[in-house]
Design a protein around this ligand. Sequence first.
Ligand code: ATP
Length: 188
Amino acid sequence: MKKVCIFGGTFNPPHIGHLIMANEVYHALDFDELRFMPNAKPPHKEASNLVSGEQRLHMLQLATEPFSYFQVEPLEIERGGLSYTFDTMNELKSRESQTQFSFLIGADMISSLDKWYKIDELVEEVNLIGVRRPGFEERSDYPVTLIDAPLIDLSSTTLRNRFKEGKDVSLLLPENVQTYIRQEKLYE
Ligand code: ATP
């Protein structure tokens, strides 16, 4: 079986917190591949200043370019509508029957798992992998494999605000993503 870790999120925009956690988890659990998967509409989040799915896919393609084992999964953007992880993972499993899927989340998501659509069924079908996040408890009533990774106190919200205010963002997200955001005026 091929071992693939799906990393779902809004990625508005992707940042080094995402890249570092993905990289740590990929190596710690010996995955064959790790796929960043932007959602069309997050069910659990107020999507403030949400740029288009195509633009978020493009930013992820730029951010993952240097890493051969990072891929980008367009399924939820192509499907549109609300993105329920349970539906998505079932679709992926039926497309790729020879793959064992895991799903990566940060601590803010770990503590809200009880609100997820069909969470009891979801945890039967995929391994949930979690990482800590500053300011959030990683407590959960559901099985989550916790992986140690450097704590990064950074969010997409902080970056959107910095772009808007014209503040420095160097080192917080890949340079090619910064250039694209400025060219397209995504967060002005
Ligand atoms: P926003 O500020 O827009 O809410 P975000 O920074 O939380 O965005 P998302 O794209 O919503 O980023 O996050 C995708 C996934 O990555 C979620 O599971 C989230 O918990 C996790 N994540 C994001 N940033 C971090 C971080 N700095 N440390 C740990 N996990 C993180």
